[in-house]
Design a protein around this ligand. Sequence first.
Ligand code: CTP
Ligand code: CA
Length: 224
Amino acid sequence: DMLLCKNKDYAGKKVLVTAGPTVEDIDPVRFISNHSSGKMGYSIARAARNRGAEVILITGPTDIMPPVGVKVIRVKTAQEMYDEVMKYFPNVDIAIKAAAVADYRVENVSNTKIKKSEDSFEIKLIKNKDILLEMGKIKTNQILVGFAAETNDLIQNAKLKLANKNLDMIIANDITQENSGFNYDTNTVKIIKKDGQLVQLPNMLKQELADIILNYILEIKLKR
Ligand code: CTP
Ligand code: CA
């Protein structure tokens, strides 16, 4: 078995991973979501499991099979993801927030199908809680890792998120790069650590990248 050959350097560690999009209803027919496939988060969950971690995967709706041996918690909305994350976060060693959380939800979700009428139509959105920001506020000894999906000013935006959300590390993802970001099996990212270290990685399979991300997290953990 391939699993048995693997280095079990995550044995004894509890890892929380969030993955996929969140879905915010407009009415019983329509919703607001995003292009997240869940591949990056699921790859991290699989890699951590392979290395011996106890993995909790909190996931929005995706089409992919979760790795066997991982505790899977399915959510739909950002609010549901927030509730589940807050339940588990205090008891993990490492949390990796790969999910693409909807920044806004519909203020008044209609119980009945909205009928078309006027030529223009407005939906009022209100801000969801920033789950990662809240995790950063309450973290004690956990290593907290976020993602930043950007189309411009990648490093600058990612560094701001790293600082504002009290993260130990951020994976800066330029989604305009070829074969990178939403839905691809591959990704091109830069890893930025709290101590300022910046690692520029080539385009690679998300499954390979997952192991590299876990290597850098372990380095932080060992230095503590
Ligand atoms: N995130 C979160 N809760 C939210 C929004 C984002 O936990 N309501 C997390 C994501 O899981 C990701 C990180 O914050 O790990 C960055 O998400 P991103 O959308 O790139 O940044 P935002 O802080 O939402 O800022 P913006 O979308 O304006 O760039
Ligand atoms: Ca966002």
